[in-house]
Design a protein around this ligand. Structure first.
Ligand code: NAD
Ligand code: SER
Length: 313
């Protein structure tokens, strides 16, 4: 059987660390090359090969892909929603050019597969707020959402026109304890667990009734691997799949934490991220992913809270 050699770009980030470790477990340490602009995350040290790489430098990226005999790329390097609003042109440049560089090289080198994540941020205020379907009105109002929506159509284009097997998920807000989140609007749902353990209190940057789609990292990693392992004829969506696990508000995550830490207290001081959150749906209908390749989430809010506090405590 042909052995895959995988390049994970953005491997030191919130998803990259856990995805790299999971892929190394599956394919063998030497088969998964971690790459990032910043230094290697300490959790990756000694677990397999690492290269320093800027996805914007197409020539160097191409050289690495040839030199390392890469057959699959997972592209995770991006600027997320909150940081993107502070520097829109930087977010557009990285999120678009990074993807185009990878897609072009994938076409030229006939890579077997590419993974690139989209986000719930593709949806805007005119999309349905509850159980937002796979196909609906999509008019994003953040630069991050605009870049993700454009990226989805580039993926579809490279599949339709050149046969590049690129697959994508619209991740909800992801919650994890291993690697810190990188500047998103849903980051409060990670910070809160750290502060609950160290301070017994947290001041949230979103209002108490702001519902957002969320997912625990083990579910997100499994979804990614299941999508990439699915036979190509099971993939009917070549833009990006809706993906869902749970939806909760800051008030509800506070109650979930209080079940484990009864004296935990929550305060609210909404900032510029409130309007980003208000532009996104509260919950997502992912029935197409469930039908096509059998997606099923495992963690709900309370199960995630118990696991987060156990691992951080
Ligand atoms: P992150 O910010 O934690 O990690 C991104 C990594 O990319 C960082 O380690 C950064 O150093 C690296 N990077 C930045 N510019 C680079 C460049 N020019 N060349 C190489 N590496 C570079 O982000 P994340 O949360 O792990 O997100 C990964 C992907 O998943 C992104 O596309 C993001 O939009 C998407 N996503 C994340 C979430 C979430 O909640 N974390 C939700 C939806 C979608
Ligand atoms: N968690 C991400 C963000 O808030 C959603 O894509 O930016």
């Amino acid at each position: 059987m042909h052995k895959e050699k995988i390049l994970v770009i953005g491997a030191s980030g919130q998803i990259g660390v856990e995805l790299t470790l999971a892929l190394r477990k599956m394919h063998g340490a030497a088969q998964v090359v971690a790459a990032d602009l910043r230094e290697q995350n300490p959790l990756l040290a000694g677990t397999g090969p690492y290269v320093s790489l800027d996805v914007m430098n197409k020539e160097m990226l191409h050289v690495q892909i040839i030199r390392q005999n890469i057959t699959q790329v997972y592209l995770l390097a991006a600027i997320l929603s909150a940081t993107g609003e502070k520097n829109p042109s930087l977010a557009w440049n990285l999120n678009m050019q990074g993807l185009l560089n990878v897609l072009d090289i994938a076409r030229e080198e006939k890579l077997s597969k590419v993974f690139w994540p989209s986000s719930i941020a593709v949806f805007g205020p005119s999309s349905p707020r509850v159980n937002c379907p796979q196909q609906t009105i999509i008019e994003p109002t953040t630069i991050y959402g605009i870049s993700k929506y454009a990226g989805e159509f580039w993926c579809n284009y490279y599949w339709q026109r050149y046969g590049v097997d690129v697959r994508s998920l619209r991740y909800p807000g992801l919650i994890s304890y291993k690697s810190a989140p990188g500047g998103g609007t849903t980051d409060y749902a990670v910070e809160i667990y750290h502060e609950a353990l160290s301070q017994r209190s947290y001041t949230c940057f979103l209002k108490q009734d702001t519902y957002l789609p969320m997912m625990y990292m083990p579910d997100a990693i499994r979804a990614t691997i299941e999508l990439m392992e699915a036979p190509a004829d099971r993939i009917s969506v070549r833009t990006s799949y809706n993906l869902s696990a749970m939806s909760f508000s800051p008030a509800e995550i506070a109650v979930s934490i209080q079940k484990q830490i009864p004296d935990f207290r929550m305060a609210y001081q909404p900032d510029y991220r409130q309007s980003i959150a208000d532009s996104w749906p509260q919950s997502i209908d992912d029935s197409v992913a469930r039908r096509d390749w059998g997606w099923k989430h495992e963690y709900d809010l309370d199960a995630m809270t118990v696991d987060m506090l156990q691992n951080l405590g």
